[in-house]
Write a protein that binds this ligand. Sequence first.
Ligand code: PLP
Length: 483
Amino acid sequence: MRETLLIEQSKQGRKAYCFPPLDLPKGFQQALPPLPESIRREQPARLPEVSELDVVRHFTRLSTMAHGVDNGMYPLGSCTMKYNPKLSEHIAKMDAFTKIHPLQDVSTTQGSLSIMFNLLEDLSSITGMKWGTLQPCAGAHGEYTGLKMVKSYYEKRGETGRTKILIPSSAHGTNPASAMVNGFAVVSIGSNEKGQVDLEDLEAKLDDSVAAVMMTNPNTLGIFEQNILLISKMVHAHGALMYYDGANMNAILGMATPGEMGFDVVHLNLHKTFATPHGGGGPGSGPVMVNNTLRPFLPKPDILLTDSGYVLDWDGEDSIGKVSMFWGNFLVLLRAYVYILRMGSEGLRSASAHAVLNANYVAKRLCDVCEIPYGEQCMHEFVISLEEYRQNNGVRAQDIAKALIDKGYHPPTMYFPSLVSEALMIEPTESESLETLDAFILAFRSILAQAKEDPEYVKGAPYTTPVGRLDEVKAIKEPNLRY
Ligand SMILES: *Cc1c(COP(=O)(O)O)cnc(C)c1O
């Protein structure tokens, strides 16, 4: 059932508030300057007039229409929608953290500074990189920051001819976008039949006009690049740098580090791997970690531990400057830190092991009913192709995704990476139990069976949502947000 808007529920004179009479002294009231004519309304604004209960019921009903990790499985590949433990929420709500101000004297914020300092140390060991910044507020923002540092590094060395970033064809869309906003040209590197970087193509495109190669490992097909050591050697031999898109660190925590793989700069998505809530455009965090080569270019300030405690260090003429307000999204950093402390290094390692196990389990139990073009053995996620269903039954990946909503699951990521036609990218994460995975597999298989028997039904899904199938293209191209 469609939820009516509050304005539609409006009844003249109904109120959800009750103010005491104005008790300002008379003279004071007159002293208030009137609003300038130019900004006054001609008529009072048309606002909904509703009771408190109307408001409460409206928003409570809306809240039950959203699908989140807290009410069901959310296998949205590449996004790592794992469960966000409530302990982090509890701590992030404490007055000690919510009632401080970034401009307070550092002598009064030593605790918060120590958290950021320690978090950076933990992220250093997790990534195998020495230094870092917590300022960037999203993965893409981290990419922007990291590539800006790469750019400054070459400017400093006078190598202004390094204008290109090489990016594998399987990469996330933010990679080329971040390269472009930093003024680089993007050159795509092909993938081989195993879904890994095509070494010949890479070699052919490497020359002294390349600034960096940007890679995700495991890549967005959920496949580990087996030649990664060779690749970083080739890239470094041409004087270029290695950028690691660590948004999908969830497969390798405690098993391998980008540092060991030969990367020079890494961004992480705390709002994926480190269990801080995301989606719907909420606050994120994309710390960037670097090795010695790029350290001078890190955003300022740096947090240093001195004999007199933690201090903010603003020195450094090569720094790219600040990239966000104050010190980043502090409460997101805090949640990630709580998660890391609570899990410990063994816990993080085990999370990755289970993430990989869960993805492989689901892949194995689906591979007889759908094609997994780059092999069933995967890391934390896998990509299926529903091309045969499109050709034989006229049912597309999007239809299957919508049908999953009726069964209580958030759709997987669709049509990405573009290497795979009719792609669905499934990432169960370590949070889900065997029972949940089995139920998901059963639901998925029954939808595929139905796609063969009654394709029209599947093409009409979803049936259980308040508004049915939406015209997504129109919603993007012609957004109409006015009532
Ligand atoms: C999510 C993701 C990004 C972008 O992160 P945002 O926080 O959404 O900007 C980049 N690369 C990969 C592989 C991702 O999965």
